[in-house]
Design a protein around this ligand. Structure first.
Ligand SMILES: Nc1ncnc2c1ncn2[C@@H]1O[C@H](COP(=O)(O)OP(=O)(O)OP(=O)(O)O)[C@@H](O)[C@H]1O
Ligand SMILES: [Mg+2]
Length: 332
């Protein structure tokens, strides 16, 4: 399928500083693509160039196959949903008015706007009869974020950009909002580009993750590709440095193994029952030479008897990683 968003050699420089230093990325319709990486690596700048809040210094951005420079910047911005951390709700306007800003600008009549706002509030889990006429100051942080998401969806955009949308809410509410976003995405199928610092959020929400460093994408791929096939030391270090992942070095693989009957052969290697989840990740990352592909599973073999007592699949390992990062058993 043709990409709906395409960045080709995109650069943004401020004086002698390259905030974004040659980014190439193609995003498919309906995909959730997460941009992650250290502070200052260029995530926000990349995102803002997609809806032309920032103009690139060089390179090309195509939206639905058309060069963004040929599109009207204001119309483009309104056609793309945008959610930011500091929500930016207008304090003097009701929730209904906040949600319906873009529909109002587009000339939608008031009665229809109220119906639309009510639908969207219900979608994000806020009973409309209770929330339509409230003002932002009478909402909790999590409720304000939900209104922010409802507003971004108001014009039914194909594309939604989210910059640390849940960055300012506490961890429990954050997990809940992530679950809700996943549920909403399951029914609206938008193309979402989401910036986050939260690796658990990236693994949970991202169909693909683009890991950035100093203005460049170091690797883009599915969560499993980044975890099991890191393209550079920076990628494995980014995962390994995460303090919540250290515990995986203390948990034996027997915790997540399936019965040996599930072994499909062509395994990525073997591991002793005392091996840890971190050892298993390393095995997947650097499969034994001769292994057909490291897509297979790892056999857990008793060193005393040589008998296979179980298998560890990449899916089981990825689930354990997501759960470890989620802290509360994972957002799922
Ligand atoms: N208007 C500007 N003028 C000069 N430098 C800028 C400007 N905007 C961003 N930069 C620099 O460009 C780099 C990338 O900034 P950007 O905001 O995209 O980073 P980020 O990955 O979103 O970081 P964070 O995770 O902290 O939000 C940073 O080094 C930043 O200081
Ligand atoms: Mg940022």
């Amino acid at each position: 399928m043709d990409p709906i968003i395409e960045l080709v050699d995109v650069r943004k420089t401020y004086g002698s500083v390259a905030a974004v230093d040659g980014v190439n990325l193609a995003i498919a319709p309906g995909e959730t693509c997460v941009l992650i990486g250290p502070s200052g690596c260029g995530k926000t700048t990349t995102l803002k160039m997609i809806n032309r809040v920032i103009e690139p210094s060089a390179g090309t951005i195509r939206i639905r196959g058309r060069d963004a420079r040929d599109l009207d910047a204001v119309a483009l911005r309104r056609s793309i949903g945008y959610v930011i951390q500091q929500i930016g709700l207008f304090p003097h306007m009701s929730v209904e008015a906040n949600v319906a800003i873009v529909p109002r600008l587009a000339g939608m009549p008031p009665a229809q706007r109220r119906t639309r706002a009510a639908e969207l509030l219900a979608l994000v889990g806020l009973p409309p009869e209770e929330f339509l006429d409230r003002h932002p100051k009478a909402l909790s942080g999590g409720q304000q974020q939900r209104v922010g998401v409802a507003r971004a969806l108001a014009a039914d955009p194909e594309i939604v950009l989210m910059d640390e949308p849940f960055g300012s809410v506490d961890p429990l509410v954050r997990r809940q909002l992530q679950r809700e976003l996943k549920r909403i995405q399951g029914s609206v199928h938008k193309t979402i580009v989401l910036v986050t610092h939260d690796l658990a959020e990236a693994l949970y929400l991202g169909d693909r993750i683009a890991l950035m460093q100093r203005g460049r994408i170091v690797q883009v791929g599915t969560p499993a590709e980044l975890l099991f096939h890191p393209a550079a030391p920076f990628v494995s270090e980014f995962f390994a440095d995460h303090r919540d992942l250290a515990q995986l070095g203390l948990r034996p693989v027997t915790e997540i193994m399936a019965p040996p009957t599930r072994s499909l052969g062509g395994a990525s290697g073997t591991i002793a029952p005392t091996g840890t989840l971190l050892d298993a990740i390393r095995l997947f990352s650097a499969p034994a030479s001769g292994a057909a592909a490291s897509q297979g599973s790892i056999d857990v073999v008793d060193p005393a008897t040589g008998a296979a007592i179980g298998v560890v699949t990449p899916e089981a390992l990825l689930g354990a990683v997501a759960a470890a990062l989620g802290g509360d058993g994972g957002p799922a």
